[in-house]
Structure formats: C-alpha cells, structure tokens
Ligand binder design. Structure first.
Ligand SMILES: NS(=O)(=O)N[C@@H](Cc1ccccc1)C(=O)O
Ligand SMILES: [Zn+2]
Length: 323
C-alpha cells in the first residue's frame, strides 16, 4: 500500500470503492463497466457520465484515460476528480450540467492497475513505469509505446525487454492497450467514431502535448496544416488556463507507438497528453508529490478541462472552422 505521506492516493481497491460509491450517489448520471482485464486479471473500469447513461445517445463523446504509467499515481486522482466534479457538480453548477447534458463522458481511471499495484506493493514507492507482462528477457511493456500507429517506426521506443520504453514484441501486445483499443473501436457507430476528443493523463513536467510524436514534422500523413493549427491553438488556450507548457509531443522527444498518435491517425480523435505537476524534479521524486499536493494539482486543470469539453463537439471551431 502507499507509505505514510502518500495515503491520500487511491490504491486499486480504494479506486474501485470510489467508483462504486459514485454509482450509489449518482445512479442517474453514471454507468460503470469494465473494458476487460489487465495482464494479471484486474478489471479495467470505465465510468460513463451523462444525463441518460444507460442509453447511447447521439451526443459527442469524450474520453479521459489515466495511469498508463504505473508510478504516475496523481493521474488516477485526476480521473477521480473529473468524475467527482461532473457528478457532484451536476445539480448545482449550470456550466457542469450543460456539459454533461450535451456530451457523453468516459473516464478510465487506471489503464495499468498491475503496474500501479506493483509500484506500491512493498510499502515503498518503487518507481515502476510499465505493465507487469513478462517478456523474453525481463518484465514490462511500456503501454505508451505499444499502440499500433507507426509502432516502433522511428527510434522513439526500445526493443530491449528491460528498457523503460520497451515497445513489446508487437503492436498491441499488452492486454491493457488491447482493451482500450477495443473500447475505442467499439465506439464507431454507423461508421462514425463517436469519441471526438481524448486526454491521456501523465506526470510529470507540466506540459500539454499533441500529435504527432513519431515525427518532428508539424504536418504528416493524416495531419494537415489546418488540423495541426487546431491542435496547437486549443493546446495553447488550455495551457493558458493551467499554466502548463504547450507543444507538439515530438518537440519533447520522438516517441513511437504513443496513444495520441493512434487515436488521431486511426480515428481522428483530437487526442492530447497532459503531463501534470511538478514542473521538474530530481530522480524519481518528481513522480511522487506528497498527498497534500493532490487537491490543488487536480483542481488546477478544471478550467482547461471545461474548455476542452466545450470544444469537444468540433475542435476546429477553435480556429473558426465548422464541422
Ligand atoms: N509520462 S512520461 O514521463 O512517460 N512522458 C510521456 C510523454 C509523452 C506522452 C505522449 C506522447 C509523447 C510523449 C512518455 O510517454 O514518454
Ligand atoms: Zn507517463
């Protein structure tokens, strides 16, 4: 479990309990399901938030995914905060109500529960990043190098099993990326992808990142100048609200097999990564802000998330285009 100074973070059992409590508290606003199981057999919960959650309504859908990387526990708190804000706030906050009434919001609070549980299993903070799937020489695939667009193309991942950025033996070799992939693929209804926009939450460095990660070029196959402009404009407007630094993800470093590139290239989902607090750190301590920091650092993203949800039906509107 989390050591002292970190008990405010949710372990897998506490996260599950929190999701079940949300269903109890807001049965008419949420529907809890599982995307399937992790490598070690933990359910991957997904919560749908809308004003009629049992019905698939013809409304734009938005996806939030958290905890691809095990040690980035603050992101689980971010997803749980989004859930709390858009359920508890529905009855009293008209802006929240308007967003929940006009969208269907999906939240996956932990994509990598095996890694997250392993990270804290010894009562210490291990600094574990990957999932817990064995490979030919070691353990763990980096889920954020395992997605199937331009997988392993460009030196943005490793083929060595012990590496922190091991891409896996093949694209979507990790059960966890398979399950999220299958869910997103299942949201193609009548030939149209219902999910319009996505944020994948990470720590740390306080950045807002957008595709592509596999190339330094601003435009590339499937990403034209207008689309790159829309990504950057919304990215910069969100960064102005949370104080993060906005940039194309390859400006940070080249990555291949990242979730954002797959979401955009395969489904034209406007997919961002938010790297949360802290801005910098030494060694592993950047990944482990004390639990006293949680409330401030999750609330810091409220207005950026609201702006994102506001544009989610048609992101090109941010540069004056129509959909
Ligand atoms: N959270 S992190 O420290 O691993 N950084 C992320 C940054 C990142 C996220 C998405 C696309 C490109 C790069 C990573 O996957 O390397
Ligand atoms: Zn990460």
């Amino acid at each position: 479990d989390f050591p002292s100074g970190y008990t405010g973070y949710h372990n897998y059992a506490e996260m599950t309990a929190e999701l079940n409590q949300t269903v109890t508290d807001h049965p008419n606003l949420v529907r809890l399901s599982s995307l399937g199981n992790s490598y070690q057999g933990r359910a991957l919960p997904a919560l749908k938030i809308s004003n009629n959650p049992a019905v698939d309504q013809a409304k734009p859908e938005v996806l939030f995914t958290c905890n691809q990387h095990a040690r980035e526990h603050l992101t689980v708190e971010m997803c749980l905060h989004i859930i709390k804000r858009f359920t508890d706030g529905y009855a009293t906050n008209s802006a929240i109500k308007a967003l929940v009434d006009s969208r269907e919001i999906w939240v996956v609070p932990s994509v990598n529960p095996d890694g997250a549980e392993y990270d804290i299993a010894a009562g210490t903070l291990r600094g574990w990043r990957k999932n817990r799937q064995p490979n030919s020489t070691s353990t763990g695939t980096d889920p954020n190098r395992n997605w199937g667009y331009q997988w392993g193309c460009c030196g943005g991942s490793s083929g060595t099993g012990s590496s922190e950025t091991y891409r896996g033996p093949s694209a979507f070799s990790a059960p966890e990326t398979q399950r999220v992939r299958d869910f997103v693929n299942s949201r193609v209804v009548g030939g149209v992808q219902q999910i319009k926009a996505h944020i994948d939450w990470h720590t740390y460095s306080e950045l807002i990142l957008w595709p592509y990660g596999y190339t330094y070029n601003d435009t590339a196959t499937g990403l034209n100048a207008d689309q790159a402009n829309a990504f950057g404009t919304l990215g910069r407007q969100m960064a102005a609200l949370n104080g993060y630094t906005p940039q194309q993800s390859s400006d940070l470093y080249i990555t291949d097999g990242s979730v954002n590139d797959w979401m955009w290239a395969t489904h034209k989902i406007w997919s961002y990564t938010f790297e949360m607090y802290p801005k910098s750190g030494t060694g592993l301590n950047g990944f482990y802000p004390r639990d006293t920091q949680i409330a401030t650092q999750v609330a810091r993203n409220n207005t950026a998330v609201d702006l994102f949800l506001g544009y989610a039906d048609c992101v090109p509107r941010v540069i004056g285009q129509t959909c």
